[in-house]
Design a protein around this ligand. Structure first.
Ligand SMILES: [Zn+2]
Length: 380
């Protein structure tokens, strides 16, 4: 329970057995997307889907090693996301009230990628477009800079629908990925959990919150993280709609993109799709992809925003997006529940002893909880 404090300190709650997750969706989603801010139940926090924070892994099941094929990749009977036809999968409905048909599993391990062993392997299903995009992007990072696997968290259940700890992640188009991290020595650090990072890109794997002896300082690996998002954004099949990430890490990644002289259109796309929602996303990124052209025909419903480039691409394909909340959206609406929250003081008291560095970090973290208002068109 003590490890829950980094979540609980926000008053977002942290209950035994709950998949403690992130905050509310950005306001530009709420009008049309019918997002249930209270997530799956009172045992989950409001979110747009995400990872537990700083060692909080409630709800996590046995590691993937339970699987007979774990360690060498996914079970051999699972189809290959790189060769599966996109028509295999259909994302039906919206990300917050939807389902998944013909979903494909993210491999437990693939070049440059591993599904977080602390997470439920039953929550690694997505559309062929999303899963293929993740595998391709992680593989590209591995080729360019070997030796550091991306840790991927929840996607959707095999048939989609409600998933513990997330309001979205229902229709195979959402995924949480951890940042690539390094130790202070520069060595890759593969996180087993989400670690919040400050405006300098620094964080700490605190382990036991009361014991400073087991703390491991880590820093954001801007080069690999940028390389991954750039590859994903350039993947036309995946068609990224959103990357939820805290503003200060967005800025660091933009700096990195300019440093490596990334193509202007990729930088522009990243700047456009990134947004900090109600929960700051300082410990992972949540990526959402658009409904594919085929899936729109099958009943896939996009939330806002639909960028001009997307409208143009769909028009070329002869389809129009169906927007959540529009007259064309006939999907069932999730019930609205009031989020259960607790005060920061209450949460901290329940979290138990913490050494002074943890307390200091939590104090500093308040500075970036509030969503910034940078005046961007697609992120308000
Ligand atoms: Zn998420």
């Amino acid at each position: 329970m003590r490890r829950c404090v980094l979540v609980a300190a926000f008053g977002l709650g942290c209950r035994p057995g709950a998949s403690t997750e992130e905050g509310a969706p950005p306001s530009d989603e709420k009008a049309g997307a019918s997002i249930d801010r209270t997530a799956a139940s009172a045992s989950a926090t409001p979110d747009d889907g995400g990872q537990p924070v700083a060692g909080v892994r409630p709800g996590a099941r046995e590691p993937a090693s339970k699987d007979p094929d774990a360690g060498t990749g996914s079970p051999s009977t699972e189809p290959d996301p790189l060769t599966a036809p996109p028509s295999r999968s259909s994302s039906i409905g919206s990300c917050t009230a939807g389902r998944l048909e013909g979903g494909i599993a993210l491999p437990l391990a693939a070049p440059g990628l591993s599904f977080n062993p602390a997470k439920d392997p039953g929550s690694r299903f997505g559309t062929v477009e999303l899963v293929g995009g993740l595998v391709r992007a992680a593989s590209a990072v591995e080729r360019a800079s070997p030796g550091h696997a991306l840790t991927v968290g929840d996607l959707s259940r095999e048939a989609g629908g409600e998933i513990s700890g997330h309001a979205s992640h229902q229709s195979g188009r959402d995924v949480d990925v951890l940042f690539y991290l390094r130790r202070e020595s520069g060595e890759p650090f593969v996180p087993a959990k989400a670690i919040p990072l400050d405006p300098e890109g620094r964080g700490t794997d605190y382990g036991d919150l009361a014991d400073p002896a087991d703390d491991v300082p880590v820093v954001l690996d801007e080069a690999r993280t940028w390389s991954f998002v750039a590859a994903l954004l350039a993947d036309e099949a995946a068609a990224v709609q959103r990357i939820f990430v805290v503003e200060h890490l967005r800025s660091r990644l933009l700096d990195e993109a300019r440093r490596v002289k990334a193509p202007a259109e990729v930088i522009e796309r990243f700047a456009e799709v990134t947004c900090q929602p109600g929960f700051p996303h300082d410990d992972h990124m949540h990526v959402r992809v658009f409904c594919s052209v085929e899936d729109i025909g099958a009943g896939c419903i996009d939330g806002s925003p639909i960028y001009p480039w997307r409208t143009k691409a769909l028009a070329t394909a002869g389809v129009e997006p169906v927007l959540a909340g529009s007259d064309d959206d006939e999907s069932p609406k999730p019930p609205t529940r009031k989020p259960k929250t607790k005060s920061i003081a209450q949460a901290r008291a329940e979290a138990g002893p913490m050494h002074e560095d943890v307390v200091a970090f939590l104090d500093r973290r308040q500075a970036w909880v509030k969503r910034p208002h940078p005046g961007r068109r697609w992120c308000r």
